[in-house]
Design a protein around this ligand. Structure first.
Ligand SMILES: NC(=O)C1=CN([C@@H]2O[C@H](COP(=O)(O)OP(=O)(O)OC[C@H]3O[C@@H](n4cnc5c(N)ncnc54)[C@H](O)[C@@H]3O)[C@@H](O)[C@H]2O)C=CC1
Ligand SMILES: O=C([O-])C1=[NH+]CCC1
Length: 311
C-alpha cells in the first residue's frame, strides 16, 4: 500500500468526527432497514499456507449513497514475525454508475474504527465511577485503543499486559500518557473497571474469576469460530452484547463455543430498544462490520474532496 495514502487517511480521520458517525451507523444497522444498511455476513477465504484469512466486507447504504467494500487479510503470525497481522484496503464506489471513486488504505481505518466502537461500547456499558482500564495486548489495536480511551475517558490508571516483554516495553515507550506495565493478565485486570482484549490469542487469556463484578470488557480479538480470548465462565456470567448477531453466530468462538446468550447488539442500545446493563458485568464481543468501514471511508473521502476543491 502506498504510504502517502496511509498518511493521508491518518491525517483526515479524527475520533471526534468518527465516533458520532459510527454510533449512528450501529443504530442504523440494528434497525435492519435495508435502505439504511445492507451488509451481508462477510465471506472468508482461508490462506492455509500463510496462517491467514481474507475477508470481503461489502456494504451498501442506499439512503446515504455509500457503496463500499473492504478487503482485509489477517494472520495468526508467529510471535516476533515482522510481517503485519492485518492488511486492508477500502474501495468506495458510485452506487449509480458502479465506478470506483476511491481506493484507500484500510489499516488506519481498521485500527481507528475498531477502537472507536470499543470506546462507544465502553461509554454505554461501563459504570460511571470507573477508574481503572486494562489493555491486554500491545499491538496496533492496543495502541489505537489506548489513544481513544485516554482521549474519551479520565481513567486514573491504565494497565497494560503483553505476553511479550519486548512488546510491552515498546508499547510503554510509544504512548504519550501514563501506563502501568503488568507481568500477568491477572495483575492487569484485577479490580479494573474496563478491559480491552486486543490479542491474537486463539485460547482464553481473560478468565471470569479475575474480573471485577460490574466491569465492562471490550473483546476485540478471536475473530474465528474456533478462536477464544475469554473463558466460558466470563461469557456465561456476563451480559453479552455484539456488533452483529449474524456475524457473532458465524465467527465468534467466544460466543459459539461458550454457548452464551447474546443479549443485544450495540446498535440496539444506541437505539434505546435494549437496556445498557451498566450495573452488571458486560462483554461487548466485537468482530468488525463493513458498515463501520463504509462510514469511515466516506468521512475520509468527504474531507479529502472538500480540501481538494479549495486548492
Ligand atoms: N474486532 C475487530 O473489528 C477487529 C479485530 N482484530 C483482531 O484484533 C487482534 C489484534 O490485532 P492487531 O493489534 O492488529 O494485531 P498485532 O499483531 O498488532 O497485535 C497482537 C497482540 O497480540 C499478542 N499476542 C499474539 N499471540 C498471543 C497469544 N497467543 N496470547 C496473548 N497475546 C498474544 C501480541 O504479542 C500483540 O501484543 C487480532 O486478533 C485481530 O484479528 C483486528 C481488526 C479488527
Ligand atoms: O473487521 C475487521 O476488519 C477484522 N475483523 C477481524 C480481523 C479484521
Amino acid at each position: 500500500m502506498d504510504k502517502t495514502n496511509v498518511h493521508e487517511v491518518r491525517r483526515l480521520l479524527h475520533y471526534r468526527e468518527l465516533i458520532p458517525r459510527l454510533e449512528e451507523a450501529l443504530g442504523k444497522f440494528s434497525r435492519r432497514d435495508s435502505a439504511e444498511v445492507l451488509q451481508p455476513v462477510r465471506s472468508s477465504v482461508p490462506l492455509h499456507k500463510h496462517r491467514g484469512f481474507m475477508l470481503s466486507m461489502p456494504t451498501y447504504m442506499e439512503n446515504s449513497g455509500v457503496l463500499s467494500t473492504k478487503l482485509v487479510c489477517f494472520y495468526n503470525r508467529e510471535e516476533g514475525s515482522s510481517l503485519p497481522a492485518v492488511q486492508a484496503s477500502v474501495l468506495l464506489m458510485d452506487p449509480e454508475y458502479g465506478n470506483v471513486k476511491a481506493v484507500m488504505d484500510g489499516e488506519v481505518i481498521t485500527c481507528m474504527r475498531t477502537a472507536a466502537v470499543s470506546a462507544i461500547s465502553t461509554k454505554l456499558l461501563m459504570r460511571p465511577e470507573a477508574e481503572v482500564l486494562a489493555i491486554l495486548g500491545t499491538g496496533k489495536q492496543a495502541l489505537s485503543h489506548y489513544t481513544v480511551f485516554t482521549e474519551m475517558f479520565s481513567f486514573k490508571e491504565v494497565r497494560v499486559w503483553s505476553r511479550s516483554g519486548q512488546g510491552l516495553q515498546r508499547f510503554c515507550q510509544s504512548v504519550s500518557g501514563p501506563v502501568t506495565p503488568c507481568v500477568s493478565v491477572e495483575e492487569a485486570v484485577r479490580g479494573a473497571d474496563a478491559i480491552a482484549t486486543v490479542t491474537r490469542s486463539t485460547e482464553p487469556v481473560l478468565f471470569g474469576r479475575w474480573v471485577k463484578p460490574g466491569a465492562h470488557v471490550a473483546a476485540v480479538g478471536a475473530c474465528r469460530p474456533d478462536w477464544r480470548e475469554l473463558d466460558d465462565a466470563l461469557m456465561r456470567e456476563a451480559v453479552v452484547y455484539v456488533d452483529s448477531r449474524e456475524g457473532a453466530m458465524s465467527e465468534s468462538g467466544d460466543v459459539i463455543l461458550s454457548g452464551a446468550e447474546m443479549f443485544a447488539e450495540l446498535g440496539d442500545v444506541v437505539n434505546g430498544t435494549k437496556p445498557a446493563h451498566r450495573e452488571k458485568t458486560t462483554v461487548f464481543k466485537s468482530l468488525g462490520m463493513g458498515v463501520q468501514d463504509a462510514v469511515s471511508a466516506q468521512l475520509v473521502y468527504d474531507k479529502w474532496t472538500a480540501q481538494a476543491s479549495k486548492q
